[in-house]
Design a protein around this ligand. Structure first.
Ligand code: FAD
Length: 383
């Protein structure tokens, strides 16, 4: 992608790449790059190292730690984090609730939460999806009823990533069941996970890990001061948040990292001295994925050129294409890595299998790929 960058952007990227390798320990980067499961402390250590270097929230407004970068610089920041194997700053903190509070939070909410959110002193989780509300998120039914200076919350969230680690959850709740449109009766609440009445139940996924959970609310009292934006206007907040979520999911840097590992496995002699690179079908797959990645990088950079960093959400249709193609490529590269590990380095096959299973999720969350195709089809047909 060098030809798409200016000399200044290339220098910016190279300096970033060197800084990331200096400030985040190699052991942590290697474990993350190899798709090993990380502990809470690993994520916190990585984000604190980034934060100390001014690299945890460069896309936030300047008064809360932002750097005033262009959209291209922001892309290069995430790309280099991924290529270096650095655990990404927690998206629930830095891409979701942080920008939401900057845009919609009260002065008191900003002062209370933003510094701790940037430093990962508070770990947030996202309470949007429910058993009956995923793609059709506005159909959610968790209720919040006003009682004096508090809301009383009852209901259930599901697929809540890392709820087992979380200190706080930001949740969409129904505050007006009688609203004429279901989008209109929803509010956005900040809820302390330590509040009586909250329980978390793990969901084990196909990769054997504990990443997602069910979260239950049983008469949970939430101070009314924890409402973000106006009551019954939470859908506006949610739409803002989801637009920010989608741009980061393409995972261009992750594909670059994994294709680099695939190329190394290709060239390595396997049992009997035979190299995978000598098998045309495997070599062809790597070449095809390299070409797809070059196309993806080009599309992403062209979509961003000239946009300020905060304008990601506006490029909605480019974001849908990037989400679909990026997640398909993430799945294809982990599949190739698994096939190569089985042939060339069987002792690495367990990690490769976990990476393969783990990437099945990426075409589902952040707005499923089928729903993204529907968005694109409607835009193309003008309906
Ligand atoms: C690993 C993982 C982590 C997650 N983490 C979180 C989290 O932290 N917080 C949170 O709130 N949520 C989280 N989610 C939930 C995620 O956002 C939902 O899974 C997603 O929105 C899809 O909703 P659903 O699972 O209810 O599937 P459904 O909406 O029931 O969809 C089922 C199938 O139907 C298809 N479909 C649905 N509608 C349409 C349509 N209009 N046109 C064509 N096809 C359609 C979908 O593409 C899908 O294939 C996570 C999910 C996963 C897998």
């Amino acid at each position: 992608m060098d030809h798409l960058l200016t000399a200044d952007e290339r220098a910016f990227r190279d300096e970033l790449a060197a800084t990331l390798r200096r400030i985040v320990p190699a052991d942590l980067r290697d474990r993350n790059a190899a798709d090993r499961e990380l502990a809470r402390d690993d994520f916190v250590a990585a984000q604190k190292a980034l934060h100390a270097a001014g690299l945890a929230v460069p896309h936030w407004p300047a008064e809360w730690g932002g750097r005033g970068w262009t959209a291209t610089q922001r892309f290069l920041w995430m790309h280099e984090i991924q290529v270096a194997g650095v655990p990404q700053p927690l998206p629930f903190n830095v891409d979701m609730i942080g920008p939401v509070l900057c845009a919609f939070g009260s002065g008191a909410q900003k002062a209370r939460f933003l510094p701790a959110t940037a430093a990962l002193d508070i770990w947030w989780c996202q309470g949007f999806s429910e058993p009956g509300a995923g793609s059709d998120l506005a159909g959610l039914s968790t209720r919040a009823v006003r009682d004096g200076d508090a809301y009383v919350v009852d209901g259930q969230k599901t697929w809540t990533s890392y709820a087992q680690h979380a200190d706080w959850i930001f949740a969409l709740v129904r505050t007006d069941p009688a609203a004429p449109r279901k989008q209109m009766g929803i509010s956005f609440l900040l809820i302390d996970m330590g509040t009586p009445g909250i329980s978390v139940r793990p969901i084990r996924t196909a990769d054997g890990r504990h990443e997602v959970n069910e979260v239950f609310f049983d008469s949970v009292r939430v101070p009314a001061a924890n409402l973000v934006g106006a009551e019954n206007r939470g859908w506006d907040v949610a739409k803002f948040l989801l637009a920010n979520e989608r741009h980061a999911i393409a995972g261009v840097g992750l594909c670059r990292l994994r294709l680099g590992r695939a190329a190394a496995l290709m060239a390595a002699p396997g049992p009997g001295g035979r190299r995978a690179a000598d098998e045309p079908a495997l070599a062809g797959r790597l070449a095809r994925h390299e070409a797809d990645l070059a196309a993806l990088e080009t599309l992403q950079l062209l979509a961003l050129k000239g946009l300020p960093a905060g304008a990601f959400g506006a490029a909605e249709h480019a974001a849908s294409v990037l989400k679909i193609r990026g997640t398909e490529l993430q799945q294809a590269t982990t599949e190739l890595l698994l096939d190569l590990a089985v042939r060339v380095r069987p002792e690495a096959a367990d990690d490769a299998a976990r990476g393969y299973f783990s990437m099945r999720k990426v075409s589902i969350y952040g707005g499923s790929n089928e729903v993204q195709r529907e968005i694109l089809a409607k835009a193309a047909l003008g309906v």
